[in-house]
Each structure stands twice: as structure tokens, then as C-alpha cells.
Design a protein around this ligand. Structure first.
Ligand SMILES: C[S@@+](CC[C@H](N)C(=O)[O-])C[C@H]1O[C@@H](n2cnc3c(N)ncnc32)[C@H](O)[C@@H]1O
Length: 354
């Protein structure tokens, strides 16, 4: 059972989801999303497009049996660290172990050799080669995942736009007057970021005494036997712009397959992106068919679908498709607005289909 010290007076787990910076994260809407599900009866939950894992984590805190899933391998490692992990943490000696580079004379230097002048400085690239070498040698899967989690978040924090979509180290290095305060975060040493994210990940670890697991698969290939499926697909905006997650975060995916990384890079790209196959979720011409197949596949579960009022396909299209499977659909609209680059506001929506 969960230890008394891990719960508050009301028996709720005392733990906290770490801070993350991820395209399309629903962290700031998560309490609202969960409140829309009140009154529904379910025990097993699939978070099919898991991303940061904030939905899975909330479900885990509410004593559900949770399957976290994401098609990107680095996200599945995050799922291991935050969802599947039953309370393992990194102690001082684990941290000292991963930060001890004193015997690193002949270790692989793939990042230094391949990504010079692309995302990080030479010293920072070398730090990444060093720490990844140590992390790969950690025996415990959950400690390893926690360490990867902290490196991923440190890498994201130090990137302009928090992405790896361009060769733009120069944005960080330019000696110009800036109207925004990111430069300090970019120039904070990797080790400082790493230690902060380890502390946050440690605070998130707990066991809810239910089966919680993380997987890395195409959502369509997962079993359709869950009581509730939360769906938060990549979003295609009304003007047809998709979100290419594999392209945005390829550098983190490369890290978890360090020894094979060199074989998987598309060397024709200036930013040394990983080779990827096209995804039906990134284009306005294919996303509607993908949605159709997905809704049919999970038609027997309660479906909770995060969406925005201006997405492709439209909310009305999704609601009609759900109704055609005999579902009773409720559409919730959040009070918070989000400004996108075009200066238009979009509203966060949730469709719940029973
Ligand atoms: C909008 S994000 C999810 C955000 C997440 N709900 C959160 O709050 O952090 C969409 C996620 O879907 C993942 N993804 C894209 N195609 C997928 C597929 N076919 N199967 C599973 N996951 C996929 C992406 O890697 C991305 O992390």
C-alpha cells in the first residue's frame, strides 16, 4: 500500500507533476479537463497521445490504472519516469554517479562531432556526450528514465523556442538587446538545470498501487479495451498548419538511441534531423481520415478528446462522427483563451463521448 507519509490528511498522494515546456501540453488545463470527467465511472485509462504525461499523472493521482502512450521514444521514457515508476528516485550518490566525468578519456563524442554550432556550444555538447554515457550505464530502468527526463528538460529549457526545428544556436549567442528574458535560462549551465529537474522528478514519484505502464506505439495499434481513452492528437489549425512532433524533438529521440543515432540522421538537413516517415496527423489532407479510424477503433470506450475551436477537422465533424457510433456527446469549453502567433484567440475544448 502507499505509505502514510506519501499521503495528505485526506489520503491523497503528496507529490507534484514537474514543470515541462512542451508544444501542446495540457498542463495548464488539466484540472479543468479532469473536472469535466467528474461523475463518470472508469477504472482503466489510456492516454493515447501522452506527451508530457500530465493527463496520465492526474489519472494516476486519482487512483486509476493508467496506460501512458506516445509514438516518440523519448516521451515513452518520460512515461516510465513519471507514470510507470512506483516511487524510485535519484539519490545524492546516483546524481554524483551520472555527473562524474573523471574517467571519460575515450568515450563516444557523437554529439560533439555531429552538432557543432547547431543547438549548443562545444562545451555543452561535450557535457551531453559525457552525461549520456553515464546514464546509459545505469542499471535500474526507472533511475535511468528519471535521469533522461532531467536531461531532456534541461535540453528543452536551453533552446530558443524550446524546439530543435532549426540550426539556430546563433539566436542564443547574438549580442543584441532583447525584449524577452530567455537568455538567462539558455546560458544557465546544463548541470544547474539538470539538478533542478532531478529534484522535480523526484518529487513526482509515487505508487498508486494500481497497474500503471508506459508504451511507445502508434495509438491505432493499442488495444481498445480501456474504460476511458484520453485523446490529444497533434493539432492542425484552421489555416492548415500541423505540428510535426518528430521534427520538433528529434534531438531527444536521438539521445535514447545514442549508438544508432548516426545511422538514422538525414544528413541533407542543416540541423541534422532524424529520418522520419510522414504522419497522417500533421497534414490537413490526411488528419480527418486518421481521426475517423481512431474514433472507430476506440468506439467502445468513454472518449475524452482535447481540441481547439478552430482545428481541422471541425468540432462539429468530430461530434457527428461520435454520434454515428451511438455516443452521447458533451462539449466543454474552457474559460481560458490562448493567443496564437496570428493574434487570433483559440479556445480549449473537451469533447466527452459516452
Ligand atoms: C498534443 S501532443 C499531446 C500533449 C499531451 N496531452 C500533454 O498534455 O502533454 C500530441 C502527442 O501525440 C504524439 N503522437 C503523434 N502521433 C502519434 C501516434 N500516431 N500515436 C501516438 N502518439 C502520437 C506526439 O509525439 C505528441 O507527444
Amino acid at each position: 500500500m502507499i505509505a502514510p507519509s506519501q499521503t495528505d490528511l485526506f489520503g491523497n498522494p503528496v507529490c507534484e507533476f514537474p514543470s515541462t515546456r512542451y508544444q501542446g501540453s495540457k498542463q495548464k488545463f488539466i484540472n479543468w479537463i479532469w473536472s469535466c470527467l467528474s461523475g463518470l465511472e472508469f477504472e482503466t485509462v489510456l492516454d493515447a497521445f501522452g506527451g508530457t504525461g500530465c493527463f496520465s499523472y492526474t489519472a494516476k493521482k486519482h487512483w486509476k490504472s493508467v496506460q501512458y502512450n506516445d509514438i516518440l521514444g523519448f516521451n515513452a521514457v518520460i512515461g516510465k519516469a513519471l507514470i510507470e515508476n512506483q516511487g524510485e528516485t535519484l539519490n545524492e550518490s546516483d546524481i554524483a554517479y551520472v555527473l562524474d566525468f573523471s574517467h571519460h578519456e575515450n568515450i563516444p563524442t557523437f554529439i560533439s562531432d555531429t552538432f557543432h554550432d547547431i543547438y549548443y556550444t562545444d562545451d555543452e555538447n561535450r557535457w551531453l556526450d559525457d552525461i549520456l554515457y553515464n546514464i546509459r550505464s545505469m542499471e535500474d530502468e526507472y533511475k535511468r528514465s528519471l535521469a533522461y527526463f532531467a536531461v531532456f528538460q534541461a535540453c528543452i529549457a536551453k533552446r530558443p523556442y524550446n524546439l530543435f526545428h532549426r540550426k539556430n544556436l546563433y539566436v542564443r549567442m547574438q549580442d543584441v538587446k532583447r525584449s524577452f528574458g530567455n537568455k538567462k535560462t539558455w546560458d544557465t549551465p546544463f548541470e544547474t538545470h539538470f539538478r533542478k529537474f532531478v529534484a522535480e522528478a523526484n518529487r513526482s514519484a509515487f505508487d498508486n498501487n494500481k497497474l500503471c505502464q508506459a508504451s511507445c506505439a502508434d495509438a491505432m495499434s493499442l488495444p481498445s479495451s480501456y474504460d476511458l481513452v484520453y485523446i490529444d492528437t497533434p493539432y492542425v489549425s484552421g489555416d492548415g498548419k500541423g505540428t510535426d512532433y518528430a521534427g520538433f524533438y528529434h534531438f531527444l529521440n536521438g539521445m535514447i538511441d545514442y549508438d544508432q543515432w548516426k545511422n538514422n540522421i538525414d544528413y541533407s538537413t542543416p540541423h541534422r534531423k532524424l529520418q522520419t516517415s510522414p504522419s497522417p496527423w500533421t497534414s490537413p489532407s490526411t488528419i480527418t481520415i486518421a481521426f475517423s479510424s481512431l474514433l472507430e477503433h476506440f468506439r467502445d470506450s468513454i472518449l475524452a478528446i482535447s481540441y481547439r475551436n478552430d482545428g481541422i477537422p471541425s468540432i462539429d465533424w468530430i461530434a457527428s462522427a461520435l454520434e454515428s457510433y451511438g455516443k452521447d456527446v458533451t462539449i466543454f469549453e474552457s474559460d481560458s483563451m490562448k493567443y496564437v502567433l496570428s493574434n487570433k484567440t483559440t479556445k480549449e475544448m473537451l469533447l466527452v463521448a459516452r
